[in-house]
Ligand binder design. Structure first.
Ligand SMILES: *[C@@H]1O[C@H](CO)[C@@H](O)[C@H](O)[C@H]1NC(C)=O
Ligand SMILES: *[C@@H]1O[C@H](CO)[C@@H](O)[C@H](O)[C@H]1NC(C)=O
Ligand SMILES: *[C@@H]1O[C@H](CO)[C@@H](O)[C@H](O)[C@H]1NC(C)=O
Ligand SMILES: *[C@@H]1O[C@H](CO)[C@@H](O)[C@H](O)[C@H]1NC(C)=O
Ligand SMILES: *[C@@H]1O[C@H](CO)[C@@H](O)[C@H](O)[C@H]1NC(C)=O
Ligand SMILES: *[C@@H]1O[C@H](CO)[C@@H](O)[C@H](O)[C@H]1NC(C)=O
Ligand SMILES: *[C@@H]1O[C@H](CO)[C@@H](O)[C@H](O)[C@H]1NC(C)=O
Ligand SMILES: *[C@@H]1O[C@H](CO)[C@@H](O)[C@H](O)[C@H]1NC(C)=O
Ligand SMILES: *[C@@H]1O[C@H](CO)[C@@H](O)[C@H](O)[C@H]1NC(C)=O
Ligand SMILES: *[C@@H]1O[C@H](CO)[C@@H](O)[C@H](O)[C@H]1NC(C)=O
Length: 416
């Protein structure tokens, strides 16, 4: 699956959630404890959920058999909630004092097929839902968004379809939403105003159309936004001045046009910025040089201009490790001086840009380079001997240029 980078924050969040529950309730994950049979609403909701599947969930009962404790079913997590006996309850009943309720449903990659049952909305204490990597199809039942305590929703890598219900905007506790790799249609509803706790939103490879939802600007806790590989159009008009915690922004493979917003520079923590394969034009904004933590920048296949300006700006990003400019900045002259070089750069791709000029002298200062691709340009002149001096280089493509002369002996000695 293509989501390795998102795994650790989610686990981290799960751990946080678990510790949250153990602090709040003094107990978590009660496994068939005789005193705490699960709540009958929860039992009915889980039964409804499993009944709407074409497949069976391993070790879940096929019918409600009494007494049964759903807290011991695989993937079901419970927590104790204290309720005070009301005056109307005449007799002492321990279940009134301390109720085991379902707070987590964690069934990723279980080969589940079928539709998502609206009966899930019966799990009214649910805060963690992970059904990723299954074969759920059909729409998300709007009832799911009645679950006001939901903090984590991971429905990624299924076959869910239909429009994204606007009710998602009512989940004010939501901190993580991952709906990537499904088949939703239409626009991303612009309903994020109330999601003040949202830290991660991932909706890659879905086919969403229309504009970026501007209400995402209200999510001031957002650290990761991944909307890669949709058909989003319009300009990038999020107010990045309010997204100060953003570390990952991936808007690559869309149809965004207009300028790279200068306000990106407000996101001082930004580490990964991917704007590949859009139709962005204009200059790389001066202020991007303030992004001290930026380590990955991809601007491939856009319509940007002035490579001299771009390099002058980006050399201010001292932690830049991967830079890809392939198929941007068409047919420009590569500057020979005025660029200091990129001391942290490990991978540089500037292929198929139609660049003119000689081997850029500033490359000499990029001592950490592992991979370089300058193919399909109009570079000319001799390959300088210093080009053999990269200690770590192991991938190099200079093909389809007009370099001449001998390949430096040192290039033959590249460690592989
Ligand atoms: C859901 O489960 C998958 C598979 O175990 C995991 O990779 C992913 O991080 C989980 N999502 C969340 C939000 O914990
Ligand atoms: C929980 O119940 C299962 C059967 O439903 C049993 O095999 C297991 O031993 C029980 N665990 C505990 C800790 O009682
Ligand atoms: C959000 O919740 C309010 C009240 O809880 C409800 O009236 C409204 O219809 C909900 N919005 C959506 C889009 O579900
Ligand atoms: C992009 O998304 C489409 C579905 O909309 C999917 O079929 C395709 O494999 C994705 N491509 C990449 C490179 O992720
Ligand atoms: C953006 O996409 C929507 C939906 O496909 C379309 O109606 C609209 O005309 C597009 N706008 C631009 C500027 O391309
Ligand atoms: C890209 O944007 C320019 C305007 O900046 C427009 O003329 C051109 O048609 C667009 N190209 C694509 C492929 O959308
Ligand atoms: C630079 O990046 C490396 C690894 O990506 C990281 O360990 C280091 O803390 C970063 N330093 C700064 C100043 O961003
Ligand atoms: C690039 O942008 C210019 C205007 O800035 C436009 O005329 C041209 O069509 C664009 N090229 C592409 C390939 O979109
Ligand atoms: C490119 O930008 C630099 C400033 O960084 C400016 O001096 C130069 O004139 C620009 N070149 C073109 C062709 O616009
Ligand atoms: C060389 O690069 C040009 C673009 O600069 C491309 O059109 C051409 O097909 C390439 N030739 C070969 C043999 O790869």
């Amino acid at each position: 699956m293509r989501r390795p980078s998102s795994t650790s924050p989610y686990y981290c969040c799960l751990l946080l959630l678990l510790s949250f529950f153990s602090v709040k309730t003094g107990a978590f994950s009660i496994h068939n404890h005789s005193n705490h049979n699960c709540n009958s609403n929860d039992l009915g909701a889980l039964y409804g959920f499993s009944r709407s599947l074409d497949t069976q969930i391993h070790e879940w009962p096929v019918a409600i058999t009494n007494p049964t404790n759903c807290c011991s079913w695989p993937g079901v997590h419970c927590a104790l909630f204290s309720t005070y006996p009301t005056s109307s309850s005449s007799s002492f009943d321990s279940s009134l004092v301390s109720n085991a309720r379902v707070v987590g449903l964690d069934l990723p990659g279980k080969g589940l097929e079928g539709v998502l049952s609206p009966s899930l909305s019966g799990l009214d204490k649910l805060s963690f839902l992970n059904l990723s990597l299954n074969s759920f199809r059909g729409p998300i039942p709007p009832e799911l968004f009645d679950l006001k305590l939901l903090a984590v929703i991971d429905l990624s890598n299924n076959h869910l379809s239909g429009e994204m219900p606007p009710g998602i905007g009512n989940l004010s506790s939501l901190s993580l939403l991952d709906i990537s790799n499904n088949r939703f249609t239409g626009m991303i509803p612009d309903v994020f105003h109330g999601l003040q706790k949202l830290e991660g939103f991932s909706a890659e490879s879905i086919g969403f159309v229309g504009r970026l939802p501007t209400s995402l600007s209200s999510c001031s806790m957002l650290t990761s936004l991944d909307l890669r590989n949709n058909s989003l159009n319009g300009s990038i008009d999020l107010d990045f001045g309010r997204l100060l915690r953003l570390t990952v922004l991936n808007l690559g493979w869309n149809r965004l046009h207009g300028l790279i917003p200068e306000s990106h520079s407000s996101c001082k923590a930004l580490q990964i910025l991917n704007l590949n394969r859009n139709n962005l034009s204009g200059l790389v904004p001066q202020k991007l040089r303030n992004l001290r933590f930026l380590s990955f920048l991809a601007l491939e296949q856009n319509n940007l201009s002035n490579i001299s300006n771009a390099l002058a700006v980006l050399q201010g990003c001292h932690n830049l490790t991967v830079l890809s400019l392939t198929q941007s900045f068409r047919n420009e002259q590569m500057p020979t001086n005025g660029i200091r070089g990129f001391g942290s750069l490990r991978a540089l791709s500037m292929a198929n840009c139609g660049f003119k000029g000689s081997m850029p002298l500033w490359l000499r200062k990029c001592r950490e380079l592992r991979a370089i691709n300058l193919a399909w340009n109009h570079f000319s002149g001799e390959i300088p001997s210093w080009f053999g001096g990269f200690d770590h280089l192991f991938v190099m493509d200079l093909s389809n240029n007009s370099f001449y002369g001998e390949i430096p002996i040192s290039l033959m000695q590249l460690r592989s």
